[in-house]
Design a protein around this ligand. Structure first.
Ligand SMILES: C[S@@+](CC[C@H](N)C(=O)[O-])C[C@H]1O[C@@H](n2cnc3c(N)ncnc32)[C@H](O)[C@@H]1O
Length: 203
């Protein structure tokens, strides 16, 4: 913890992920959510602009409290509010089966205990509820995957614990959720950071 991790990094990531392509990915990924919604890794609220008006109650969890001011501005612009429910996706302060949808973008790569976070996501989703995820991770190309493994330590130190090579769909399936729709491809930019998974999984 320090100025870099607490202040510089969350703002830097918010900027880096604010491309036209990524905004479109955010928009399509949250287009069909409604009711009670939890965002795991809410950060500076980059998805808020794209949330449909059918969202009735927004819960959020993220340890990066220093960017809540940015999130507040985005929420005000949409006439929305948020209820923060703790600081760690692996310990959700919500009752069992209490949300209709969970959104998580570029966060399952970073949460230290990602298995526990996914098990918590499954716990709080109602039956038939859905997890909408976008994340980067392990490339199917063995050469790229080898580079990802090699760079993992350095990358994690620079980017707040982010892993380059998590197999996100495998982790989602292992949590007991069923993946209904799924796509994966490289984003623009370095391949080691850019193999992007997008999917929706149901409890
Ligand atoms: C790359 S940023 C993505 C932020 C945002 N979701 C987005 O799409 O722009 C990763 C986020 O994961 C959050 N994070 C790290 N550890 C976490 C944890 N244990 N539980 C929940 N969020 C966590 C970070 O604070 C950061 O906001």
């Amino acid at each position: 913890m320090g100025v870099y991790t607490d202040w510089v990094l969350p703002r830097l990531i918010d900027r880096v992920l604010d491309t036209a392509d990524f905004r479109e990915i955010r928009r399509t990924q949250v287009a069909e959510i409604d009711g009670r919604v939890l965002e795991v890794g809410f950060g500076a609220g980059a998805n808020v602009a794209f949330l449909p008006n059918t969202v009735r109650h927004l819960y959020a969890v993220d340890p990066a409290t220093s960017v809540r001011g940015i999130a507040d501005r985005r929420l005000r612009a949409r006439g929305m509010s948020v209820e923060y429910v703790g600081l760690d996706g692996a310990r959700l302060e919500l009752a069992d089966e209490s949300v209709d949808h969970v959104v998580s973008t570029m966060t399952l790569c970073t949460i230290p205990d990602v298995e526990r976070a996914l098990s918590e996501i499954r716990r709080v989703l109602r039956w038939g509820g859905r997890l909408h995820f976008v994340d980067h991770g392990r490339s199917p190309d063995p050469v790229v995957a080898r580079r990802q493994r090699r760079l993992n330590g350095l990358h994690g130190r620079l980017f707040g614990g982010c892993h380059l090579d998590r197999d996100i769909p495998a982790l989602v399936r292992a949590s007991g959720l069923t993946i209904d729709t799924y796509s994966a491809d490289y984003m623009a930019g370095p391949k080691v950071m850019g193999f992007l998974y997008r999917g929706v999984a149901t409890k």
